[in-house]
Design a protein around this ligand. Structure first.
Ligand code: GBH
Length: 497
């Protein structure tokens, strides 16, 4: 009895000490790469500097009250004027690559190739690329991290219109021409799920259009996938041979853990993953949407009185064109959510959440962060990686974002260090114990920045930025030292094997 009590107490306390005793002490493979990420609207500022055009985030922050602290990205980290300094910090971090995005409207103010080309914008990115080259840091460049030129939104409705496909392809081709010789990894779109679900259904991202739930988001995804495929083929046909880079798509998903061992909860978890990750991964790997989406949206549409499915159909030639359009899949992963089966929602007004009909919730015991959605669940990154390996024929997988938020002003950020140590430890296990082909890891984010509708209330940076000082000085947090050690030793604990 006593011994059982003792064991029980020992077991409970081991749960609390787990972070210190269980981190994996193996080294990452020698060719594994570490990087750190940002996005143009979140760090650049210079919103109208030197001929840059307006984009949908300039528009949203200037015209609406949607941002929590009523802030904007007008100046943010002012990286537009401080890139030399930032690149010196990157060099010091010891990263193998830097993931950043191009501001489309800084290069093409109207978005169109036959409009004016903004030389100052081109020079800005050329300077970054040559600094990176000088420091021996590879570039991972995202063509579209949500900042669509406003004119394209106004002229034809942005990502809802097939016109977008050629306009985006022209911009991408210009970027390959101008920058491609110095870019190792291209990303066409960051998180199409968010572009479409939040941009065109729940209104949490620009252009925050919510007028046709259950319809517009699927149209948006259809356009994004066709645009992605077109740009992949342009790179593959005209640039790959000389520029020798890779091109892929970045998708975001939580791991969705079944709330119990009940097969119905397993089905719920799988369905949720298919509706979020599979919505984009299934087309680029297999050519078409997941069957569960085709079936459920199709059936519900008919019962709602539509003549055809709200989920658009690809033609056979589109399927052939989309299949296989990736060299790697990028995964933005931060957290885990529990899923429970529930009865299908009643037929009524269409809505994408009703199409899924899964109950999602968080375990109240999971450690939180400054972001309501972000709970610290390190084993989730291992499970989602394994699921991707098994579901999509073991593609090259790059973790393109992973990170932790606090409210800012915390320089000794031990909870962030703990987050990175534990998540990286699980990445090691995914690689060595589950055989997942993960080749690189990217931390979000290089520095504190404009966190979309949360403004400056959630900070993800390894460097802190003082946003009340006009000089926007950067100060390293403790996590900088931790991350430096990881990039140097390829190991997440102090004593490595
Ligand atoms: C990334 O998206 C973005 O690529 C990056 O720009 C951003 O700064 C970073 O995350 C940190 O947030 O509260 O229900 O609205 C991550 C995916 C999807 C995570 C939407 C937050 C909000 C859930 N994001 N989610 S909700």
């Amino acid at each position: 009895m006593l011994i059982q009590k003792f064991l029980f107490v020992f077991y409970i306390s081991s749960l609390f000490w787990r972070e210190n005793v269980c981190a994996d002490n193996r080294k990452f493979p020698p060719d594994f790469k570490f990087g750190i990420a940002t996005a143009s609207y979140q760090i650049e500022g210079g919103w109208d500097a030197d001929g840059k055009g307006e984009n949908i985030w300039d528009h949203l922050t200037h015209q609406t009250n949607l941002v929590k602290d009523h802030s904007t990205g007008d100046i943010t980290c002012d990286s537009y004027h401080k890139s030399k300094e930032d690149l010196a910090l990157l060099k010091d971090l010891g990263v193998d690559f830097y993931r950043f995005s191009l501001s489309w409207a800084r290069i093409l103010p109207t978005g169109y190739i036959d409009g004016q080309i903004n030389e100052a914008g081109i020079r800005y990115y050329e300077d970054i690329l040559s600094e990176l080259e000088k420091h021996g840091i590879e570039a991972m460049v995202t063509l579209y991290h949500w900042d669509l030129p406003q004119k394209l939104q106004d002229d034809f409705g942005g990502v809802l219109n097939d016109t977008f496909i050629d306009v985006f392809a022209n911009y991408a081709q210009l970027a390959f021409e101008l920058f491609g010789s110095r870019v190792k990894y291209w990303v066409t779109f960051n998180e199409p799920f968010i572009i479409c679900q939040q941009g065109y259904e729940n209104g949490n991202k620009a252009p925050a259009i919510t007028k046709a739930p259950g319809i517009d988001l699927y149209t948006c995804a259809h356009v994004v996938l066709k645009a992605h495929a077109k740009v992949y083929h342009i790179y593959d046909t005209f640039y790959r041979k000389t520029q020798k880079g890779k091109i892929g798509l970045v998708l975001n998903t939580d791991w969705f853990e079944p709330a119990s061992g009940d097969p119905k909860d397993l089905e719920a978890s799988e369905r949720q993953l298919q509706f979020q990750f599979g919505w984009f991964a299934h087309p680029i790997v297999y050519g078409n949407y997941p069957q569960v989406m085709i079936d459920r949206i199709g059936e519900r549409s008919i019962r709602e009185g539509f003549k055809t499915s709200r989920l658009p159909k690809f033609t056979n030639s589109e399927i052939e064109e989309i299949k296989g359009t990736f060299d790697f899949i990028g995964l933005n992963h931060y957290t885990t959510t529990l899923t429970r089966w529930k009865e299908d929602e009643a037929i009524g007004k269409p809505e994408s959440l009703k199409d899924i009909s899964v109950e999602v919730f968080k375990n109240p015991f999971w450690e939180g962060s400054a972001s309501s959605w972000l709970k610290v669940v390190p084993w989730g990154i291992r499970r989602i990686s394994k699921w991707i390996k098994d579901t999509y024929k073991n593609p090259e997988l790059i973790i393109t974002e992973n990170g932790y938020s606090d409210v800012g002003g915390i320089f000794d950020d031990s909870r962030r260090i703990n987050y990175y140590r534990e998540y990286l430890s699980n990445v090691l296990e995914a690689i060595y114990d589950d055989g997942v082909n993960i080749t690189a890891y990217t931390a979000w984010s290089f520095m504190d920045n404009f966190e979309w509708l949360e403004g400056y209330t959630e900070k993800f940076g390894l460097f802190s930025v003082n946003f009340t000082d006009p000089a926007r000085p950067r100060t390293p947090k403790s996590s900088v030292n931790y991350f430096k050690n990881v990039t140097k030793t390829k190991c997440v604990v102090e004593q490595c094997l």
